[in-house]
Design a protein around this ligand. Structure first.
Ligand SMILES: C[S@@+](CC[C@H](N)C(=O)[O-])C[C@H]1O[C@@H](n2cnc3c(N)ncnc32)[C@H](O)[C@@H]1O
Length: 160
């Protein structure tokens, strides 16, 4: 089935190239961005300002093609694409939970951005810990073998 989406806005960030930028919001703490929602979709922003965090769904618009097995940023071993957050995916969809500072008309001021400048926005959802945080038997597969410090270091290295 072919599915077509229309972007509902554009995400602006300080990052112009995919290299040398954070690989997750956790490695982008404090980095500010702006989400510009197109006028026709702005009524949908009503009451969003009550949320401290939002989930941005977007298109990795600078990704070309995909690989079903990749060596992700945080490891030196190969893994299936669906066990990673790597951007070269069959459907190049990105997901980031960012801090929402302000909503002024169609402009959202956000923090902790890990996407490229001019990334097409597909959807916004409120981050709700009661729905989104899992506590029961959480496992994180191959990432468990990477120490937190090493993973953070790698994220930091990419950010610097
Ligand atoms: C590992 S992905 C994670 C993105 C998101 N947090 C997720 O989990 O879906 C982040 C990396 O994707 C790449 N990237 C970010 N925005 C992109 C875009 N619009 N097009 C292509 N690549 C992008 C950058 O190399 C960035 O470091």
């Amino acid at each position: 089935m072919k599915i077509e989406f229309t972007s509902i806005g554009i995400i602006h960030t300080p990052f112009k190239e995919p290299d040398d930028m954070p690989i997750q919001p956790a490695g982008a703490r404090g980095v500010k961005g702006t989400v510009m929602v197109f006028e026709e979709f702005q009524p949908g922003l009503q009451d969003l300002d009550g949320f401290s965090h939002i989930i941005l769904l977007y298109c990795f618009h600078r990704s070309r093609g995909y690989k079903l097995q990749v060596v992700p940023f945080m490891d030196s071993k190969q893994h299936g694409i669906f066990a990673t957050r790597a951007p070269k995916r069959p459907n190049p969809l990105g997901l980031s939970i960012v801090r929402l500072d302000r909503v002024v008309k169609g402009v959202l001021n956000v923090r902790n951005v890990d996407m490229l400048d001019n990334t097409p926005l597909l959807d916004i959802k409120p981050y709700v810990p009661q729905f989104d945080v899992q506590t029961d038997g959480v496992r994180t597969g191959w990432l468990e073998k990477i120490t937190k410090t090493a993973a953070q270091q790698k994220a930091d290295d990419r950010f610097l």
